[in-house]
Design a binder for this molecule. Structure first.
Ligand code: AKB
Length: 328
């Protein structure tokens, strides 16, 4: 009898580690965690595999040995790193994701199941640079999907492929159950992101708490949407748990607050009066931030699967960030 498993790729990354902690506390899923990097949770999961999503032998073996009920495909090269390493980004973000789609499709053939496939997309799929109206209207899923960055293009491509495999299948026969969230920047108290462009916010917060000053790579007016990690994890759990009939779409925005760099600085300064912020603008990263929307519309997620962030800007700092980090 084959074991039914949940596969998490990118399991040693920011979201991966937090998702695994959640599962370890909440339920008894058999998790296979796959990552190039070691994990300090490796002995707590059903199986940890140190390896690459580009290694088709690893994926084939998982597909043959187990019933892969769910995949959380979190492995990715984020926006800044992707822009600097375009070939690596193409391999990981496109070829890697395609390998995971093939693994999911093989489960339909082998085990007659439609594997649930979670894909984290991003506000990087938007490009508001040529926005004609200057209204503050939050950006809806269907508009301004014309990304300039390779990361944004790759996320959009994989969203479309996943949606097509869910709706029409491969050769009309093999299907997957594709569920995707477009994440804004994520702020976590127990980890730092690497290679992203929204990284300035968590970096600034972690610096202040570690009594260091911060040199910000975007200007003081820069503004992006953010959520905190517990809300990101809850959103993933919720969208994967809801019955398929309720999901009228495959791809959803979620968001909570949209502070400028200056807003963040003022909140931090209030708590850490010694904290100093300097600016050392990185033109490439500033351009990326200028192309991304500062507010996105998440009403589809609210209506279809009951998404609601627990933390707004004030609560995020008061009840999550300062509380968790200062007590460490
Ligand atoms: C990045 O900055 O690349 C990510 C994202 C918004 O997708 N954090």
């Amino acid at each position: 009898m084959k074991d039914k498993i949940t596969l998490i790729t990118g399991s040693s990354g920011e979201i991966g580690e937090n998702l695994i902690s959640y599962f370890l506390k909440k339920n008894k899923k058999k998790i296979i965690a796959l990552d190039l990097n070691q994990s300090n949770q490796k002995n707590k999961v059903f199986k940890f595999i140190r390896g690459s999503i580009l290694d088709e032998n690893i994926l084939r073996e998982i597909g043959e040995k187990y019933i892969v009920e769910e995949i959380f495909h979190l492995a990715a090269i984020l926006s800044t790193k992707a822009e600097k390493n375009k070939n690596l980004a193409k391999d990981v973000n496109i070829k890697g994701t395609n390998n995971l789609f093939n693994l999911a499709l093989s489960q339909f053939r082998k085990n007659k199941i439609k594997t649930k496939f979670f894909f984290p997309s991003s506000i990087a799929v938007y490009n508001i640079k040529n926005k004609v109206d200057d209204s503050e209207t939050p950006i809806h899923e269907k508009s301004y999907c014309n990304p300039n960055t390779v990361y944004g293009q790759q996320k959009l491509f994989c969203e479309n492929l996943g949606t097509a495999l869910d709706q029409y299948g491969d050769n009309q026969k093999l299907k997957i159950d594709f569920r995707c969230i477009r994440f804004p920047g994520i702020i976590s108290t127990n980890s730092l992101p690497t290679g992203g462009t929204s990284d300035y916010a968590p970096e600034m917060i972690h610096s202040a708490i570690n009594k260091k000053h911060y040199s910000c790579f975007v200007d003081s007016r820069s503004c992006l949407p953010f959520i905190v990690m517990p809300d990101a994890i809850n959103a993933m759990i919720q969208i994967m748990a809801i019955s398929k009939e309720k999901l009228k779409n495959n791809v959803y925005n979620i968001t909570s607050f949209s502070p400028t760099v200056l807003d963040l600085f003022e909140i931090i300064k209030n708590e850490f009066p010694e904290f100093k912020l300097q600016y050392h603008i990185d033109e490439m990263r500033q351009n990326i931030v200028n192309e991304w929307p500062n507010k996105i519309n998440d009403s589809l997620a609210k209506n279809d699967w009951g998404w609601e962030p627990e933390y707004n800007l004030k609560d995020a700092f008061k009840d999550y960030i300062f509380q968790n980090m200062e007590s460490k």
